[in-house]
Design a protein around this ligand. Sequence first.
Ligand code: F6P
Ligand code: MG
Length: 445
Amino acid sequence: MSIPQPYVNSDKNSFANTSLLKRWPAIVDGIIADLLRASSTALPARQGETEKLINQINKLKTSMANNDKIEPLPSTLSDAEVYNSTRDISRGARWEEASWLTSECALYRKLHAIFQESENWKSYDMFELTKNETFQKSADAVSSLAKRYHVITQQLQTAEGGKLEKAALEVLFHEIISTSLWGNATDLSLLVTVTLEELKKLQVAAENRDKESLLTNDFGNVWKQLNSQIGGRVDIVLDNSGFELYTDLVLALFLLDNDLAEQIVLHPKNQGWFVSDVVPKDFGAVLSLLGDANKFPKERADIDFLTAQVLKYTNEGQLLIRTSPFWTSPLPFWEIKQNGAGGGDRVWRDLRQSKLVIFKGDLNYRKLTGDVMWPRDTPFKTAILDLATSDIPFVTLRTVKADVCVGLPSGKAEELASNWSRTHPDQHPEGWAWSGNYAVVNFHR
Ligand code: F6P
Ligand code: MG
């Protein structure tokens, strides 16, 4: 079977093009603005280095605007080899002709390297301010979900024998996992300038998504897989911090509370990534923000209950965090195999211990399917290549925010494009795939 070509940045029919021309420059400007804010209250040594860092960041922005060659990563970085041996970087591709996935990963990797290689800003997370400020805008949704989780837990405690009937539990499971799925709609790389009102509307709309928005729905098989054994380990390959991480934690609690898992391993990134992705210290940041009654004033008892549950499971070793450099490599997840490159081999050995791996979000889906131009009716199993025989049962919970999308019935993508053109006459027909209005849930075992 031949693998299709990747999406490339020069393709005006791909969201890659808007990303290179509009989104990335805006994201880089945001990094500079936040750096200036952080610097204004920093120690003099840090302040003294700020201008140099801004010059380096601007140089990178200019190289994109001039369509220069994507420079290799400095060989001092431990993952330089993985990046520099990609097809794009090794052949000296320019930003426009490069594949979207490799060049986008390289952009975030290069930005992080600027701080990593600095004297005084090595541990700086360039997206910390944005992540934490946006989380606070989700206060209403956070309170409602805390209340809901508390009610569910009380129902469980008062049920006969301390257990809900399977059918009732399945209904609740759908509710909780849907919240985690649609929590991905509020990704900061798209919503850098969102207003509070817009964010609230998005979150309420997310709760009311109807069947039409879920293009493929394998929740039934996920439920079966979870019930294939009592307890066991479930892994969540995380995506965004803030509200999405919060919904993922609620999902983790629900699985642990109900013996659907006895251990949950959470996999964050180990560097600031795609604006809003979780890094390990975001757990502490999110929990400490949740503890602040000025920022989250409503349903305090419920929020406190929920955070206590997170701490309890963490202290008992049932809720773990594990990072790998593989998650910030540019490689597709086809490398999660016995001899996989870039650390894919170690991830494979680790994830094989899991009863179910949950891949969250758009970027993870792009990597699962290689971000190449699969016809939209390609079976999911075909698009995941070697992962299909990896012995890892997994599900992808993704709101669609990029071109690649497989597993649709024949003709469905054309129907979506034609409906999008009718309802959004001033937008590209492919806008349906870039909007985050639709989602796909694909299970494989
Ligand atoms: O589509 C816009 C985009 O920023 C993509 O570049 C990227 O795949 C995605 O959104 C990030 O979304 P998520 O946080 O869901 O992975
Ligand atoms: Mg993300």
